[in-house]
Write a protein that binds this ligand. Structure first.
Ligand code: ADP
Ligand code: ZN
Length: 656
């Protein structure tokens, strides 16, 4: 509920006052009847107030009419207000937070066309087709258009017929484009995925650096930069490079409460993935991330053989293969995309129900960004990460080999440590994630594996000492497997070849199984007691941190790795499969979905552009009897009510 607000209005020389009981209902008209009040001292303040109120009133009307939503999410209203008032804004909002409306609505409310800079062609096309469905005059300029099509859009812009124009930064910086933009009224510039100016992130785009000129060439056009990347370094780089020193900053909370985070030890990862898909996401769209191109292809093929619609995506595929696979992922209902990190930036699909990682991401930023592609629609979604000793070793080695300056390496190392720390903690994952981004939270969230099934720890002091001694006694030249052979007193040739059967650690570790020893070594590496040699064989070396432990001055508690059976967390956190909640009329639900698919095909747009699942679910539950009732459902604006209302009503009637 929106609280009551006091509204001043200035008419002629008199200020009017109204206490406005805003209920957020779509159909209320504003202004209500007004009372005059004698407030002559502060006419100016009242006038300023009036501009904002009118702007917001307008914004709310647009939200209802065009997008069919009832109220703004925080802090959308404030951002929109800032832009309508002519100010600049820097917006950090998690994926799915609703960034697009923050510039789309001011572009509609202000005079002139809003120019949106977006790095990806696919994203522009999706946004523009979704805007067309909502009846907005939007277009994009990019390399897929021929000269005539470009010309037609330029003419439309000059005739002031466009509300929104999307383009890539390469296009914007061309003389021709800049000259054109200078000749027409502009409502605003929106710089989407603004972290692309940052050289730290993996999405860096050199053309973004030139967007600094906007400030000089268009000093009176408000600018809004948007990103979902949280870290302070990136944020400062955005401000500096885009000259947004005077912009208001809006930093929304980063929590994604609908995503259930699970981080599990690898133990036959293919079977783990298969079980996860079969039991929790048998007919959902999702993304499976792998580190290498080859692994994405093999995994996709194998998933196909298991009956899933799985496609591969990586930078080694041709542009047309990539575009084709991406289009299928967006348009079809339940495609599993098996991909490297090349996939995902700007993927706007709201109903991705899961993101699974078969390899560990290098940083928490990357992990959060990738998992953040799940559940944009706010419905329950799962993030599953499978990791193991080999991931830790491989990433540690990659880090060591990376080129970059010492400073850069130190930062990378720090980031990797944080990621490993997240995997190994026994406390709430969400709390740790948000703490990393500088947000404090209650210590349990109730929607992560650690909260749903608390992990156990054990006093590993003695075992860790033994493991470290084994590393030391064998000369810091051997990898985990050999060390475990020695500890468990094995008779393999290699032990005798190096005469390790005479060491005093030989055979001292029979109390732990091979897997338990792997767990000890993994955690010692993850916690920096041991480092991994760069020779490619994974030899372990002692680090400074070992000393107090070896001298008996500290103790060490380690996570007890569950044998990977189906855990309680998995059972409890089941994401609802595609809104097929038990109490829905299944027949009607399927019929609504089929109608949506047919319309989507006719209009050549993804199904969610017609209606989101949540809108379909509301249709199914509320069964509106006429257009007016249908128009009140969230997600149905005027244009969609006109266009699709009658066919959906007819279908609902058939199912009475
Ligand atoms: P982002 O770009 O921040 O990832 P989007 O702009 O794509 O997020 O919005 C995510 C989803 O939330 C979209 O489906 C959008 O229609 C919906 N949405 C945004 N704002 C609102 C709102 N005020 N009320 C209801 N739904 C909203
Ligand atoms: Zn938790």
């Amino acid at each position: 509920m929106v609280p009551n607000v006091a509204v001043f209005m200035l008419l002629g020389s008199r200020v009017f006052y109204q206490s406005w009981p805003c209920c957020g209902s779509k159909n209320r008209e504003f202004p209500y009847p007004l009372w005059p009040v004698h407030c002559s001292q502060n006419k100016l303040a009242a006038a300023r107030f009036l501009t904002i109120v009118q702007g917001m009133n307008n914004a709310l009307a647009i939200l209802h009419k065009v997008f069919g939503y009832n109220s703004f999410r925080p802090p959308q209203a404030e951002i929109i207000d800032t832009l309508i008032g002519g100010g600049d804004a820097l917006v950090l909002m998690p994926t799915g937070g609703g960034k697009s409306l923050c510039y789309q609505i001011p572009a509609l409310a202000r005079k002139g066309c809003g120019v949106v800079i977006s790095p990806l062609i696919a994203l522009m096309q999706d946004q523009v087709s979704a805007l067309h469905e909502a009846g907005v005059k939007a277009a994009f300029l990019n390399s897929t258009l021929d000269f005539q099509a470009v010309r037609a859009i330029e003419v439309a812009l000059q005739r002031e017929e466009l509300d929104l124009l999307y383009m890539a930064p390469e296009r914007l910086k061309q003389e021709r484009t800049l000259a054109l933009l200078q000749s027409v009224p502009l409502a605003l510039f929106a710089i989407d995925e603004a972290h692309c100016v940052s050289q730290w992130g993996h999405d860096f785009r050199a053309d973004y650096l030139e967007l600094g000129v906007l400030h000089e060439l268009f000093p009176h056009v408000p600018r809004i930069a948007l990103t979902a990347t949280a870290d302070v370094r990136t944020r400062n780089e955005i401000i500096e490079r885009l000259q947004l020193q005077d912009a208001r900053q809006f930093i929304a909370g980063f929590d994604r409460p609908n995503i259930c985070y699970r981080i599990t030890l690898k133990d036959n990862p293919r079977q783990q993935l298969l079980r996860f898909l079969r039991e929790e996401h048998p007919s959902d769209a999702g993304i499976v991330y792998c580190l290498s191109r080859q692994k994405t292809e093999e995994t996709a093929e194998w998933l196909q053989s298991e009956g899933f619609t799985a496609l591969a995506y990586h930078a080694g595929l041709s542009a047309s293969q990539r575009a084709g696979n991406q289009a299928r992922f967006l348009r079809e209902d339940a495609v599993v995309m098996v991909a490297t990190i090349a996939f995902g930036m700007g993927i706007d699909k709201p109903d991705v129900r899961f993101v699974a990682h078969l390899d560990m991401p290098k940083t928490i930023e990357a992990y959060y960004q990738e998992t953040g592609r799940a559940g944009r629609d706010g419905e329950p979604a799962n993030a599953l990460l499978l990791y193991g000793l080999q991931d830790v070793i491989k990433l540690r080695q990659m880090m060591g080999e990376s080129q970059g300056s010492e400073d850069h390496k130190r930062i990378e190392q720090h980031r990797l440590n944080a990621m490993l720390g997240l995997c190994e903690i026994t406390t709430c994952r969400r709390e740790a994630l948000l703490r990393y981004f500088g947000e404090t939270r209650p210590v349990t969230c109730g929607n992560c594996d650690a909260c749903l099934q608390p992990a156990q720890t054990w006093d590993a002091t003695e075992s860790a000492r033994l493991a470290l001694s084994a590393v030391f006694r064998t000369g810091q030249r051997f990898g985990v497997n050999h060390l475990i052979e020695v500890l468990r007193g094995s008779n393999v040739d290699k032990v005798f070849q190096f005469d390790h059967q005479h060491l005093n650690v030989y055979g001292k570790g029979t109390e732990l199984t091979v897997n338990q020893w792997r767990s000890v070594f993994r955690q010692l590496v993850a916690r920096n007691y041991l480092s991994v040699d760069l020779d490619g064989f994974g030899a372990l070396r002692l680090e400074e941190l070992c000393r107090p432990l070896l001298r008996g001055e500290t103790t060490l508690a380690l996570r007890r790795d569950e044998s990977v059976k189906r855990s309680k967390a998995e059972k409890r956190s089941k994401a609802k499969p595609a809104a097929a909640a038990g109490d829905l009329d299944h027949g009607l639900w399927e019929a609504l979905r089929a109608l949506r698919t047919r319309l989507a095909e006719e209009h050549k747009v993804p199904p969610y552009v017609i209606f989101h699942n949540s809108t379909l679910e509301a249709l199914c539950r509320q069964r509106p009897a006429n257009l007016e009732e249908l128009g009140r459902i969230s997600g149905i604006g005027e244009r969609k009510q006109e266009r699709y209302g009658p066919v959906f009503l007819a279908l609902l009637q058939q199912h009475q």
